[in-house]
Design a protein around this ligand. Structure first.
Ligand code: FES
Ligand code: FES
Length: 213
């Protein structure tokens, strides 16, 4: 299940005790339940963080799909916003923008995270892999090809996040059980009900013996 990342060492001064960034992290850790209260707290925490940072754009530098990316973003900018709006990587979808659906799942240093709950500044200096980084239509990764072969999608909105979660699973477990797959995609919701196809695709990809999903 995608989750919020461990933030790196703080790079800006923040008050001791309960920091705004810590508050975002804490809210993100429980916002999987996506209660209206938690979502409101998350939005308020992002605005507080923005106000505390002086409303200016702050430089960030990270690696996305093997290529260096730089930019300047307000403190409240999420990784999903930077990927989609600044760098044009629209394969990452934003369904709920509150950590409930998993459509925005990307890999942060190899671990799946909800990019809508990850501040781009918390990804500074780290490696991001999006659905575009796994393969292309001309050269699909085993799990991408397996999704196509198993017809594991309908509208496709959840699919990038599903594929990224399955890819992370296969990278750490080359022979996952169906239970392992269910756990791996437990944070990825599909309104079209393609789960049976997703399980079949993950099984087929695992049988290729290629550890990279
Ligand atoms: S969990 Fe990020 S858009 Fe839904
Ligand atoms: S394929 Fe439509 S939401 Fe999953």
């Amino acid at each position: 299940m995608a989750k919020s990342p461990e933030p790196p060492e703080e790079t800006r001064d923040e008050p001791k005790g309960v920091t705004r960034r810590g508050l975002i992290k804490g809210i993100a850790s429980v916002v999987g339940v996506a209660s209206a209260g938690a979502t409101t707290l998350l939005v308020e925490a992002r605005h507080e963080l923005q106000a505390a940072s002086g409303n200016g754009a702050i430089p960030v530098s990270l690696t996305v799909n093997g290529a260096a990316r730089t930019g300047s973003f307000e403190a409240r900018t999420t990784l999903a916003e930077a990927l989609r709006d600044a760098w044009g990587l629209t394969g990452t979808k934003v369904g709920c923008d509150r950590g409930a659906c998993g459509a925005c799942t990307v890999l942060l240093d190899g671990a799946p995270v909800n990019s809508c709950l990850t501040l781009v500044h918390d990804a500074d200096g780290r490696k991001i892999t999006t659905i575009e980084g796994l393969g292309s239509p001309e050269a699909m990764s085993p799990i991408q090809k397996a999704f196509v072969d198993a017809d594991a999608l309908q509208c496709g909105f959840c699919t990038p996040g599903m594929v990224v979660s399955c890819s992370a699973l296969l990278a750490r477990n080359s022979k996952p059980s169906e239970l392992d797959v269910k756990e791996a995609v437990s944070g990825n919701l599909c309104r079209c009900g393609t789960y049976t196809g997703v399980f079949a695709a993950c099984d087929a990809a695992a049988k290729t013996g290629v550890t990279r999903g």
